[in-house]
Design a protein around this ligand. Structure first.
Ligand SMILES: *Cc1c(COP(=O)(O)O)cnc(C)c1O
Length: 383
């Protein structure tokens, strides 16, 4: 075929029929830590698994293709992927991050700032005029974005931020974990780096912790690969194999996650015990229009506020059915969590207030179960 393949086809068929030895349809799993030299003093593609591994490379190359980047690097976790990007900065380099970013991102950059490895600034990126002022003042080398945000699902305008980044010639790195490459492609909107916690939607089966960094240019990709090798953050071949298996059904899963999230958001919006509902698919959500413009879908995450605060939250978790009370997201199974005491625990009370995380807030990761069953389970919790 000469026509460029659709991304769904690429994700599903990647690496098939590449086994030259036995003609295996599914590419084999190479667990070997080392590869024998065919000839002394002659370089070959693989010698040692920290530096390169055929199973991991299929995953890296496929994610790079899906994100429209030059190359990908697979790491042992989402956070090691974030730390890998942080290696691009020195002690005098400034980075601007969203004040409501992932709790682990907040902790990592705060700690790096504390020990003077870089200069981190957490700002509200939602008001572009204020954000422009921050860029002019701070002159960052890196702008970190996470869109939509966790857990309120606020989107920032990636194209607008890329334009503002030119003021200080900053790199723009986007944490695209919440949407996956199936629903948003930040590089195509002008970003330089995309980061994923593949633990979430990309693997999608809640049995691997992993990460990925995809760079737009060869130069950036080479730098990132060099740091990955130097710091030894490479993902394990077996994890890559499982993640690749998950990736083959990504598009199918994202469609169902989204349909279920929308159904749950509608039910919650009509319940008297519920205050605000945060799902970008609802026209009432402040990011509805921007999400519609730059995303291919609204995703499978939502959150809502219980009017009765913490006591009501306790009751809800005791009674809710079919939703497991757990951190993480993006798996086949539906989850509920309490950001205030769980995912966002590293933030101080004041920081949580600024980020809009109240004690009555509950986050849902809509899984792949039947929607009517999920609605019943949710209603039992709200009784
Ligand atoms: C989970 C997550 C991370 C961290 O990834 P790990 O795989 O847990 O290390 C980073 N960003 C977002 C948005 C996440 O949801």
């Amino acid at each position: 075929m000469t026509k460029k393949l659709n991304k769904d086809t690429i994700a599903t068929r990647t690496g098939l029929e590449t086994d030259s030895q036995h003609g295996a349809v599914v590419p084999p799993l190479y667990l070997s830590s080392n590869f024998a030299f065919k000839q002394f003093e002659k370089e070959q593609k693989y010698d040692y698994t920290r530096c390169g591994n055929p199973t991991r490379d299929i995953l890296a190359e496929t994610l790079a293709e899906l994100e429209e980047g030059f190359g990908g690097t697979i790491t042992s976790s989402g956070l090691s992927a974030i730390n890998l990007v942080a290696n691009l900065l020195g002690a005098n380099d400034h980075v601007i991050l969203p004040h409501d970013c992932y709790g682990g991102t907040f902790r990592l950059f705060s700690m790096l700032h504390e020990k003077k490895a870089l200069r981190a600034h957490f700002v509200n990126q939602n008001v572009l005029s204020d954000f422009e002022k921050s860029i002019k003042k701070i002159k960052p080398k890196l702008i970190w974005i996470e869109t939509p945000s966790n857990p309120l699902l606020q989107s920032v305008d990636i194209k607008a931020i890329v334009k503002l980044a030119k003021i200080s010639k900053a790199l723009v790195a986007a944490d695209n974990t919440f949407l996956s490459p199936a629903l948003q492609n930040p590089l195509a909107l002008g970003a330089d780096i995309v980061m994923h916690s593949t633990t979430k939607y990309i693997n999608g089966h809640s049995d691997v912790v992993g990460g990925a960094v995809i760079a737009k240019t060869r130069k950036l990709h080479d730098q990132i690969q060099e740091w990955a090798n130097a710091t030894g953050v490479a993902g394990a071949p077996f994890d890559s194999y499982l993640t690749l298996r998950g990736l083959r059904t990504l598009n199918l899963r994202m469609n169902t996650h989204e349909r279920n999230a929308m159904g749950l958001a509608e039910v919650l919006s009509n319940n008297k015990k519920v205050g605000a509902v945060y799902y970008p698919g609802l026209e009432s959500h402040p990011s509805h229009l921007i999400a519609k413009k730059q995303q291919k879908g609204f995703g499978g995450m939502l959150s809502f506020e219980l009017k009765g605060g913490l006591p009501a939250v306790r009751k809800f978790f005791k009674n809710v059915e079919l939703f497991s009370l757990a951190e993480s997201l993006g798996g086949f199974e539906s989850l509920v969590c309490h950001p205030y005491t769980m995912t966002h625990a590293p933030l101080t009370a004041k920081e949580k207030k600024t980020a809009g995380i109240s004690e009555g807030l509950i986050r849902i990761s809509a899984g792949l179960e039947d929607l009517d069953d999920l609605i019943d389970g949710l209603r039992t919790g709200l009784k």
